[in-house]
Design a protein around this ligand. Structure first.
Ligand SMILES: [Zn+2]
Length: 405
């Protein structure tokens, strides 16, 4: 046999194998659950040495930089120094118990020297504009770390899937050619774009796009930290000095909405923080300047028309369900819910079609909601809310219904 013949035979066998593959006679995974297993068992082989995320710093990062201060907001919601965070385990969301020091909100962020930049931590709450800017900056850094880790995980998935596919292809081709070995230098199994490859590729593409957005946030955030007179991002802070929420949150949400007078739907990326302190809670929103009008419309609708503290609860619950899954809850809030309610909340978190401009219609902070409802009813009876009694009563009804969802 000469090489030309070999090649012809190889091409023939290889085409037959590809045909059979697309007919479904040859498979890498026999069913969806095998693919799922492969997807979730894939390990991250990312280099665990990380460098400080401050610009131009080449020092090694410490292993555990907190996105949210352990002794500040996290400690405000902790019970026995623990909080609950939603995490993905084998494709399902569960609420995992995490210790304040070692786990909750940590990532390898900054070197020892730059850790000291977050000196506002001494106050246990944010006080100056610079504090908010730093808090937004570390939210972005944390997000970049997570997306890079996911990217590396997906790249590993793609490589190991292609290896598995090629191995099966070569075995089948050999079978057809009645050979024991193939000179792979000479004959390459052609790359076949299967559904699985497209699946992983889609995941990779969306992560790369998200990383681009985050890097732009990062650049602008650095500018805002360094320059005194110009700001590239818009920072909005809402302080509620009466309600200490039992949750901390820090992440990036993509909200969708229409600009007034425009038909086109646009994505509005927002950096969100919920930071409780002793006796109150700060909500922080940061975004690009050119989305300011959209964010203003949102805050006018939900923040400036606040008649009761119930609206405040709803905003944060919506952020948790339709916005950001990087949050830390007081454990008893979750543990006191029956299983049905827990499942319902997780189901809502899995519905990715809504953004934070669409209010969540259920309740997470049940006890707090009940307390505020009682208070509002008392205020109503005492003649408060003159002229808007009807609105407040209607709103109360809606809020009471949430308790059963
Ligand atoms: Zn550094």
């Amino acid at each position: 046999m000469n090489t030309n013949n070999d090649e012809r035979e190889f091409i023939k066998a290889s085409n037959e194998v590809i045909d059979e593959f697309f007919k479904g006679n040859i498979r890498v995974f026999h069913d969806k659950s095998e693919f799922k297993k492969f997807w979730y068992k894939s390990k991250n082989e990312i280099d665990e040495h990380h460098f400080c995320m401050f610009p131009d710093c080449n020092q090694k990062a410490i292993k555990r930089s907190h996105t949210i201060q352990a002794e500040g907001p996290l400690n405000c919601v902790a019970e026995n120094r623990h909080v609950l965070q939603p995490v993905f385990r084998d494709g399902f969301i569960i609420l995992e118990k995490q210790g304040l020091e070692k786990k909750a909100s940590v990532f390898p962020g900054y070197c020892k020297q730059h850790e000291k930049v977050f000196e506002f931590e001494k106050n246990k709450k944010l006080t100056s504009k610079k504090d908010y800017k730093l808090q937004i900056f570390r939210t972005i850094c944390k997000e970049i770390y997570i997306v890079k880790r996911n990217l590396s995980l997906d790249r590993n998935r793609l490589n190991s899937y292609i290896k598995m596919q090629n191995k099966i292809f070569s075995e089948k081709i050999l079978e057809k050619m009645h050979l024991k070995a193939l000179n792979t230098e000479e004959f390459k199994v052609s790359k076949v774009e299967t559904e699985e490859i497209q699946w992983i590729q889609r995941s990779l593409n969306s992560e790369e796009k998200h990383l681009e957005l985050l890097e732009s946030f990062y650049k602008n955030s650095i500018n805002d930290l360094e320059s005194k007179d110009s700001e590239n991002l818009e920072y909005l802070v809402f302080r509620n000095e009466e309600i200490q929420l039992p949750v901390c949150l820090a992440g990036v949400a993509i909200a969708g909405g229409r600009r007034v007078g425009e038909k086109k739907y646009r994505n509005v990326p927002l950096i969100l923080n919920v930071l409780p302190y002793d006796g109150g809670t700060d909500l922080v929103i940061a975004t690009f300047k050119d989305n300011k009008d959209m964010v203003d419309a949102y805050t006018q609708q939900y923040f400036q028309n606040m008649n009761t503290h119930l609206e405040f609860l709803s905003i944060v619950e919506t952020w948790m369900i339709n916005g950001v899954d990087f949050w830390f809850l007081k454990p008893s809030i979750w543990e006191n819910k029956d299983l049905k309610k827990q499942k319902n909340i997780i189901k809502k978190m899995n519905q990715l079609k809504y953004g934070i401009f669409t209010p969540y219609n259920g309740s997470i902070f049940d006890d707090l909601r009940k307390q505020i409802i009682i208070q509002v009813k008392m205020n109503l009876a005492n003649g408060e809310y003159k002229g808007i009694e009807k609105i407040v009563k209607g709103y109360l009804k809606k809020e009471e219904k949430k308790l059963y969802r």
